[in-house]
Structures are given as structure tokens and as C-alpha cells.
Design a protein around this ligand. Structure first.
Ligand SMILES: CCCCCCCC/C=C\C/C=C/C(=O)SCCNC(=O)CCNC(=O)[C@H](O)C(C)(C)COP(=O)(O)OP(=O)(O)OC[C@H]1O[C@@H](n2cnc3c(N)ncnc32)[C@H](O)[C@@H]1OP(=O)(O)O
Length: 311
């Protein structure tokens, strides 16, 4: 991580400071630019602006107002504290750019969208570290789920647990139609529990019955099964994924921003408010849970299993 990054991490994590997401987002924020006529992004003669940090490449097409955030943290785009910090900073830059109206999240790592929360961040660390890490996980979700922009996940690889949460937090999910790619909230398989806001986000996408079964069994669903249960909205050949995502965003952006944004806020507010109101309690719950010896053993065994599978 660059020298400046720990300061930025503290900026998000320090309890005394205003968290970044305390600024109004989907609830109570002015509408973005008027959409005008729907235009196919590929037909525009426009300027592209790119910026990047260590782990995320961002490209903004200024003509269409669509940005792509490419996750690039080898080997598996795990959501470490550094990654989450850089992710939130990149997303905040886009939120503050009124010319940016939609974001595509995708991966620069072949076959993996994101392997979820970085398990090493949850193993044998200090209480302070757990608090900082969990606040960053919350921040990512609050920012994406509460974003005013149109958000699309172009899922070009497997996406367990926290990776699935990122996709679930978007407005629309398109997955590469490769049956080897899987997605789901598989926490139960690790011997841990998906927090209430992971669960709420999941329920809002697939419904209560499907979510309950999938969560209790810690299911990872293949791409075709994910489509069948409504976890993703469509499957397309991998080479068409990015174009399809841009076309979907252009379609959503054809509507008046204020109407779409207020509708999104109305649909998501209850779930968002629940975490905002109980953020500190949620951090304390995470710490109490993750510091249990039995949970540490389960995580250790899971990491060993990953290594064995490899060798
Ligand atoms: C009562 C209520 C209380 C509430 C408390 C709430 C507590 C809840 C806490 C947390 C919620 C957790 C959410 C999560 O996201 S946990 C993470 C879940 N992720 C996974 O299960 C994915 C595991 N990984 C894989 O399945 C595979 O790695 C893969 C399919 C992503 C990629 O496979 P492959 O290409 O074959 O790569 P490798 O398996 O060889 O992996 C390469 C390398 O990367 C390491 N690694 C993989 N995933 C992770 C990860 N998530 N975190 C850290 N490291 C990871 C893997 O170990 C390899 O490392 P190496 O051997 O050193 O090379």
C-alpha cells in the first residue's frame, strides 16, 4: 500500500471522525445531470478519463457518464482493509463527479470476481484491527447499496461471500455464462454467519425462502443456478459482458434521475438505516464473534483446506 494509504484507512475507520458515508447518499441527495436521450455508449465520440490506485482501475467515459471500476488485487481480489479503503476512495471520487452517473464493477483477474472478505484480516488480529476492518466492510456496503448512481456488477468470475455481497448491492447483476463460476453467501461453510445486513441485502434480491435455504447451507450457486434463483439478472458470454453492462446502464440512465434515485432510496432505506443506526453495535458483535476460539479454529481449518486443495 502506498505510504499515504494508512492515513486514509484511519480516515474511514476512526470512530471520532465522521464516516465518509455520513454524507447523504441515495437518501436526500440532489439528482445528477438530466439524462437526455438514451445513447449507446459505444457510438459516442467521447473522452475517457482513467485513474487508478494499487488495487482498482477506474475509467470514466465522460460522454456517457459511465465509469468502470476494475478490481485488480491478485491473486483473488480478496477484500482486505487496504483494498476496501482504496475501493471507497475511488467510489467517493466518482460520487463527487457530477458527470458520472453509472458504475460497472468488474474484475481484472481472470476467473475471479472477488473471493470475498480477506480471511487473514479476521485471523488472530487485535480488537482494534477487527474494529477498523469491520468498519471498512460496512463502509463499502453503505456506499454501494446507498449509491445514487446506477450500479451494475459485471461478474466475470467466482464471487463467494463478500464478493457476492458487492454484486448483490448493485442495481443489476450480469454474470459470465460459465458454469464453473459460482456465487453465493457461503459463510456457513466457513463456520461463520452472514451478518444481518448481508442477509437483508440477499433477501431483497432473491426472497426469503430462497435466501434462508441458501444461507443455512452456505450455498455457492453455479452461474446457471444463480440465474434460476434470481441471484443474477442475466447470463451472457464472457466476451460480451462489458458491452452488455454498459448497455444496461444506458437503459437505466434514460429515465429521469430524480425518479429513479428516489425509488431506489425508498426500496433500500429501511435496510440501510438499520445498519446506520446500529453501526457500533454491529462492530462489537463482529469482534465478540470473531475472537471466539472456536471461530478462529474454523477459519484456520478453512484456510488449511484452501491450501490443501491447491497442493
Ligand atoms: C451472531 C451474529 C454475529 C455476526 C458476526 C458476523 C461475522 C461474519 C464475518 C464475516 C463474514 C465473511 C464474509 C466473507 O467474505 S469470508 C470469505 C469467504 N470466501 C471464500 O470462501 C472463498 C475462498 N476462496 C476460494 O474458494 C478460492 O480461493 C477461489 C475460488 C476464490 C479461487 O480459487 P483458485 O483460483 O484455485 O485460487 P486459490 O484457492 O489457490 O487461492 C489463491 C490464494 O488466495 C488465497 N485466498 C483465497 N481466498 C481468500 C480469501 N477470501 N481471503 C484470503 N485469502 C484467500 C488462498 O489461500 C491462496 O493463498 P496461497 O495458498 O497463499 O497462495
Amino acid at each position: 500500500m502506498a505510504a499515504v494509504a494508512p492515513t486514509l484507512a484511519r480516515r474511514i475507520a476512526r470512530p471520532g471522525m465522521l464516516p465518509l458515508c455520513s454524507r447523504p447518499q441515495a437518501w436526500g441527495r440532489a439528482a445528477r445531470q438530466s439524462p437526455g436521450l438514451p445513447r449507446a455508449p459505444s457510438l459516442l465520440l467521447t473522452q475517457r478519463r482513467a485513474f487508478s490506485n494499487n488495487k482498482i482501475l477506474v475509467e470514466l467515459d465522460e460522454g456517457s457518464g459511465i465509469a468502470t471500476m476494475k478490481l485488480k488485487s491478485p491473486p483473488v481480489n480478496s477484500l482486505s482493509l487496504d483494498f476496501l479503503t482504496e475501493f471507497c476512495i475511488s467510489l467517493e471520487k466518482l460520487e463527487n463527479n457530477r458527470g458520472c452517473r453509472g458504475v460497472i464493477f468488474t474484475s481484472a483477474i481472470p476467473k475471479i470476481f472477488s473471493s470475498g472478505l480477506d480471511i487473514t484480516e479476521m485471523c488472530r488480529k487485535s480488537t482494534e484491527h477487527y474494529a477498523e476492518f469491520w468498519r471498512a466492510v460496512q463502509e463499502m456496503w453503505l456506499r454501494v447499496y446507498g449509491s445514487n448512481m446506477v450500479t451494475v456488477a459485471a461478474i466475470n468470475g467466482s464471487s463467494p461471500a463478500g464478493g457476492c455481497l458487492l454484486a448483490l448491492s448493485c442495481d443489476y447483476r450480469i454474470m459470465a455464462e460459465n458454469p464453473k463460476f459460482s456465487i453465493g453467501l457461503n459463510e456457513a461453510q466457513l463456520g461463520i454467519v452472514a451478518p444481518f445486513w448481508f442477509k437483508d441485502t440477499f433477501v431483497n434480491v432473491v426472497g426469503h425462502r430462497v435466501a434462508e435455504r441458501s444461507l443455512q447451507l452456505g450455498c455457492l450457486h453455479s452461474a446457471p443456478e444463480a440465474l434460476r434463483i434470481g441471484l443474477v439478472d442475466e447470463l451472457v458470454p464472457e466476451e460480451k459482458l462489458q458491452d452488455k453492462a454498459a448497455a444496461v446502464i444506458a437503459q437505466w440512465l434514460a429515465l429521469p434521475d430524480h425518479a429513479r434515485q428516489l425509488t431506489k432510496s425508498m426500496m433500500r432505506k429501511l435496510v440501510l438505516d438499520r445498519l446506520v443506526a446500529h453501526r457500533e453495535e454491529d462492530i462489537q458483535n463482529f469482534i465478540s464473534f470473531i475472537t471466539k476460539e472456536s471461530i478462529q479454529k474454523s477459519l484456520h481449518m478453512y484456510m488449511e483446506m484452501l491450501k490443501k486443495k491447491k497442493g
